[in-house]
Design a protein around this ligand. Structure first.
Ligand code: HEC
Ligand code: HEC
Length: 264
């Protein structure tokens, strides 16, 4: 579906070229300033989908359909910084046709990345087909061995049911390619040995100087006084395998599309 969208954007590319030629030097300077903003292609591409769904009805696919506003010019009166842009999108512009939008964190990251890169042409499709991605998630990828989605999967597993609302597509892709590098400290798996020799593995829900609360691998919530433990080890490697070698680029794109679609 996104492939088709990009095909259509190709046609708009010509309008963009003509438009840019007419705007002469001013926009050339703006465009080169914009080029320094690095956004991940996955965020930009997701932002395009959000843009087409939410914004294009008024602003047009090329971003120039509202009189006096050219979203691809790189010169937004009210959008000098990303924070300004977020404010305009969240609050709208009272007294004008610009509505207030309730976007989740991932959609907002996407739309900002896209607005800053509206002239971007994707050469690689980084978001694939969500239905195929779901089949990989539940089948060959065996993600349900360690994750829960919509009540399926082991009870103690990390729940991904809303991960598409909480994380930007680029962050999700990094998690797939480099789980250890992207693991948050609180998510590090722990191994401990109690005073009477019991070995417990799981992940921390909470920790302070004296105590640690653990969800063990059998999904039991357990609390320990650190002083009573014989051993407490926090592992730095994620148990999750890196998928860069296990799945090809199309499969990764499909899986990413599925994760992005998980909105809780
Ligand atoms: C119902 C029509 C409508 C929709 C939908 C809409 N806009 Fe707007 N937008 C407007 C109008 C009209 C203005 C100009 C307001 C003014 O008069 O300053 C505007 C202005 C803006 C501006 C300020 C431009 C500048 O030069 O500072 C930004 C940024 C913007 N819109 C982004 C968005 C985004 C992103 C979306 C989708 C999430 C969106 N708009 C959806 C009508 C719309
Ligand atoms: C052997 C267990 C295991 C398998 C298999 C596994 N994961 Fe994970 N995954 C984890 C654990 C544990 C975490 C949380 C800690 C971390 O980031 O390493 C995690 C984290 C994640 C995150 C980041 C979540 C966040 O909140 O940012 C994503 C996304 C993810 N996994 C997707 C997948 C997908 C998709 C698959 C299948 C292709 C998969 N995982 C397979 C154990 C696993």
């Amino acid at each position: 579906m996104l492939r088709r969208v990009f095909g259509r954007r190709g046609e708009f590319g010509w309008q963009g070229v003509i438009g840019a030629a007419m705007c002469l030097a001013v926009s050339a300077v703006a465009a080169s300033a914009q080029d320094h903003v690095e956004h991940d292609p996955a965020d930009i591409e997701y932002g395009l989908a959000v843009y087409l769904a939410e914004c294009a009805s008024c602003h047009g696919e090329a971003g120039d359909a509202v009189a006096g506003v050219d979203l691809r010019s790189g010169q937004l009166r009210r959008g000098a910084t990303d924070r300004d842009l977020i404010g305009v999108i969240r609050n709208g512009i009272p007294g004008t046709g610009m509505l207030a939008f309730e976007l989740d964190a991932a959609e907002m990251a996407g739309i900002i990345a896209y607005l800053r890169n509206m002239t971007y042409e994707a050469d690689a499709v980084t978001l694939g087909d969500a239905a195929r991605g779901r089949a990989i998630f539940e089948g060959r990828g065996a993600c349900l061995d360690c994750h829960r989605v919509g009540g399926r999967g082991p009870r103690a597993a990390t729940d991904l049911s809303a991960v598409g609302a909480e994380r930007a597509p680029s962050a999700l892709r990094r998690s797939l390619l480099d789980p250890t590098g992207t693991m948050r400290p609180i998510d590090r798996p722990v191994e401990l040995v109690t005073a009477d020799g019991e070995r417990v593995t799981g992940r921390r829900l909470n920790e302070d100087t004296y105590t640690v609360q653990i969800l063990d691998d059998d999904a039991r919530l357990r609390s320990f006084d650190k002083a009573d433990l014989r051993e407490l080890r926090v592992l730095t490697a994620s148990p999750m395998p890196a998928y860069g070698d296990r799945l090809d680029a199309d499969e990764l794109a499909d899986l990413l599309a599925y994760l992005v679609s998980l909105k809780g």
